[in-house]
Design a protein around this ligand. Structure first.
Ligand SMILES: [Fe+2]
Length: 507
């Protein structure tokens, strides 16, 4: 199936990186024993014009409280032309994670980086800076989410690692907190995750996967979390099971998330709080607003008796759904987003967790909604999209995940008006591995949601996006066999959006 053709130098580098990951003998001094020190790979994130965050975590049960880790970042893959280097202290308190910030870099170029500690050298990573603010850039990225380890192998990540992309945009469910069922494709180690040690171990297991490591090593990632990094369907400081110690659980989960992701040191959580929302600019072409719909939301209304979390309810049985006081982003983040919309650049990409388009599971007369997504917070959705319409924000494309299905939809401020204007476009990308609903349920619902042009819960994969000043192309990349780490991956459908006209069309 589809395999991009790579220039020779890039293919050469990828082959080397792949070989390094398969063979754990990177560079090893005689005394360094057999414990791999970089078993979880490397990663980079937060690409800015002049800086990038480099991540690794030193591994091994025998580590001292503090490990000195050297890093270097070079303009070439042989590391003959070093642009920046430094030393970081990897501390036991931070699970020996490293969050190095390489600054003073050139905008819009690729770099290579690596770490060294305890006589071993990490695999090489490749990363890049954002283009200069006035550069007429183009952009290619992979939209991905939901990589439940025991539901499949990461053929999608293997494909992403070899694709010609600028970054990965990951919109949540990096880990799942559940124990594995008795029969699975592969198995979570340990049971239900609740403590800091358990979250750390779960991240370490996910990050042991060579295809995921390759996708991190190949390019920077922009990341937001969703619920499973903490607890299914949690809302603010309420867990799904209404557990009494949920504040401590969230603090542990956020801490482990920061420890394992390429966020800067300044984002280290304080207790149960960590700011992840923010904005990335890409030349004069686009800005990417990444938002957090978990940490600050009002709790879901009309839950199942005796518990928190989501429910699927008829609007007439749950009029609280229409309460305009309720918020999905929290007041401060809503204001931040309203101020962040960019009226100069051609594209405003909104990276967020879940499906934004209205989606009723029954005929509109019965109006049946799932309360965890934007349908549970419809007045907040209307506020957001009304701002987009009133201020004529250019090229708004909402990018989501969470629901383990590919949805392509038109976004309207007023879904009750059949002639209401389309104000933005939406691609809700399917999961890397996590299983979705039965397709016949989605098929039955699609006819009640005419603004949703495509809905496939039976596809696993990612969305490959490519945009220039005029057009965004989105290819829904689908894995043939999710249980096969070497499965073929190919485009199941292609769509285009014109920057000047909201709404996705079949390419
Ligand atoms: Fe998920």
């Amino acid at each position: 199936m589809h395999e991009p053709i790579l220039p020779q130098t890039r293919r050469h580098w990828l082959t080397q990186a792949g070989a390094a990951m398969l063979a754990p003998a990177f560079v090893r001094h005689a005394r360094a024993a057999d414990v791999p020190r970089f078993a979880l790979g490397v990663a980079s994130g937060q690409p800015r014009e002049r800086s990038i965050v480099l991540w690794t975590r030193v591994t091994g049960a025998d580590l001292p409280a503090q490990v000195s880790v050297r890093w270097e970042l070079a303009r070439d893959e042989r590391f003959t032309d070093v642009a920046a280097r430094g030393v970081e202290a990897a501390l036991v308190d931070d699970a020996h994670s490293v969050h190095a910030e390489a600054a003073g870099l050139e905008p819009g170029r690729w770099y290579w980086y690596r770490f060294e500690a305890l006589g071993q050298r990490s695999p090489n990573g490749r990363t890049r800076t954002a283009p200069r603010a006035d550069a007429a850039a183009s952009l290619r990225f992979a939209l991905a989410s939901c990589q439940r380890f025991d539901h499949g192998h990461y053929a999608a990540w293997r494909h992403v690692a070899s694709a010609d992309l600028d970054f990965v945009l990951f919109v949540g469910d990096y880990i799942y907190e559940y124990p594995s069922p008795p029969v699975a494709v592969r198995y979570h180690e340990g049971g239900l995750v609740r403590t800091l040690e358990q979250y750390r171990a779960r991240y370490a297991q996910y990050k042991s996967d060579p295809s995921l490591q390759a996708a991190h090593a190949a390019m920077p990632w922009l990341l937001v979390w969703d619920d499973h990094e903490v607890d299914n369907d949690y809302a603010n400081l309420q867990g799904q099971g209404l557990q009494a110690d949920f504040r401590e659980q969230r603090a542990a989960a956020y801490r482990a998330y920061w420890e394992h992701m390429p966020f800067p040191k300044a984002r280290r959580p304080i207790g149960p709080d960590m700011r992840i929302y923010g904005r990335t600019d890409w030349g004069s072409l686009a800005c990417i607003h990444a938002i957090d719909d978990r940490q600050y939301r009002d709790v879901q209304v009309c839950p199942k008796p005796g518990r928190g979390g989501s429910n699927t309810v008829r609007l007439r049985d749950c009029p609280e759904l229409l309460n305009p006081q309720r918020t999905l982003l929290g007041a401060a983040q809503e204001r931040w987003l309203a101020d962040s919309w960019d009226l100069q650049r051609r594209w405003n990409l909104l990276a967020q967790q879940t499906l934004m388009a209205r989606f009723t599971w029954t005929d509109p007369e019965q109006a049946t909604y799932w309360t965890d997504g934007w349908d549970g917070y419809a007045p907040a959705r209307r506020r957001l999209l009304q701002t987009v319409a009133e201020r004529k924000v250019p090229g708004v494309v909402v990018l989501g995940g969470d629901v383990h299905a590919n949805y392509v939809a038109d976004l309207k401020a007023d879904y009750d008006d059949p002639r209401g204007a389309v104000v933005a476009s939406e691609f809700c990308g399917t999961s890397i591995t996590s299983r979705g609903l039965a397709q016949d349920r989605v098929d039955a619902a699609l006819r009640h949601n005419p603004h949703v042009h495509y809905g496939r819960a039976d596809q696993r994969g990612y969305v490959a996006c490519r945009l220039d000043a005029g057009t965004l192309h989105a290819s829904l990349m689908v894995v043939d066999k999710p249980e096969d780490p070497n499965s073929a991956v190919g485009a199941a459908a292609r769509f285009v959006v014109e920057a000047a006209r909201p709404g996705a069309k079949v390419a």
